[in-house]
Structure formats: structure tokens, C-alpha cells
Design a protein. Sequence first.
Length: 168
Amino acid sequence: GVNQESEATRPIFIFDTSVLIDYLRDQGLAADAFAQASKMGEVWLTIISLLELYLPSIRKEKKKEMIGRDIQKVEKLEKAYGARVMPIPEDAQRHAVNVIARHHYDTLGKGLLGDSLILACGFLENAWLVTRDEKWFQLVHEQRNPLRLRVIGPTRLVQATTLDDLLK
């Protein structure tokens, strides 16, 4: 990151596609997790998550107007919680290929492309990655080559009242 001081005081929470989809479908604790993250720090989504909304596996029978509605809901997230949709920086792309894809392709499976890019952003920004994806938790706890990432689920984020709660 650019400004070390503000990063120390305002942590970054990068939400992955699984939590974004929950939010769009009004499921689980996603809305609460976005609200809590905005109280504690900055709320980020990546452009990858927006693109993944268009994947056939996620869309099923989604029509153009539904996708339009989803994008409007994301714009509401931006207004309500100051969420920012981030591009994938070049250094994150390199990290995704050289570290994450190379060492963790077995764990990530078919989600490799999007996941490795979002994970690389989290790594480079020293951010909290908010996900329901069990594979991301596996990456952190792998015996041979654990990724140094901070991965939390939406439930744990909502239950935290301070940043210290997350560090325990």
C-alpha cells in the first residue's frame, strides 16, 4: 500500500464473490458483514467478483435485467458502505501466477483464475479476505506451503466488535 499510517488505522476488507452473491440474494449475514467491515475499515470488492456474477455456473437462468439489478445493488453497496470496486493491480497479477497458481492449483480447482487474483490482492494489500469459500481457509492452514493471508468468514466478522477480536 501507499500510505502505511492510514493502512494501520483503517484495515481493508476484501469481499469475495461468495459473500457478494449472498448479499445480492439477501442471504446469510452478508449485509451485516458489509456494515461491520465499513465500521472497522475500508470495504473493497474486486472487478473479478463483478465479472464472476456473469459466469454461467452462477447465473443459471439470469437474464440481462437481473444482471442489471445486481449491478445496481453493487452501486448501493458503494454508496451505503463506501465500498470500492478495485481493478487487479499488475503486481497482484504476477503474484497470482507465480505464487498462488503455481503452488495451490490443486486446492483452488476450477476457481483458480478468479480466486488467485483476489487472494493476490489480499496478500499485497495485507487485507482481510471475507469469504465463505472453505478452500481459502485450507490455503492458510496447509502444512507444506501455507499462504500468509488473513481469511475470515462473514459470521466471524459480524461477531467481532473491534479489530482486536479478529486478531485473536
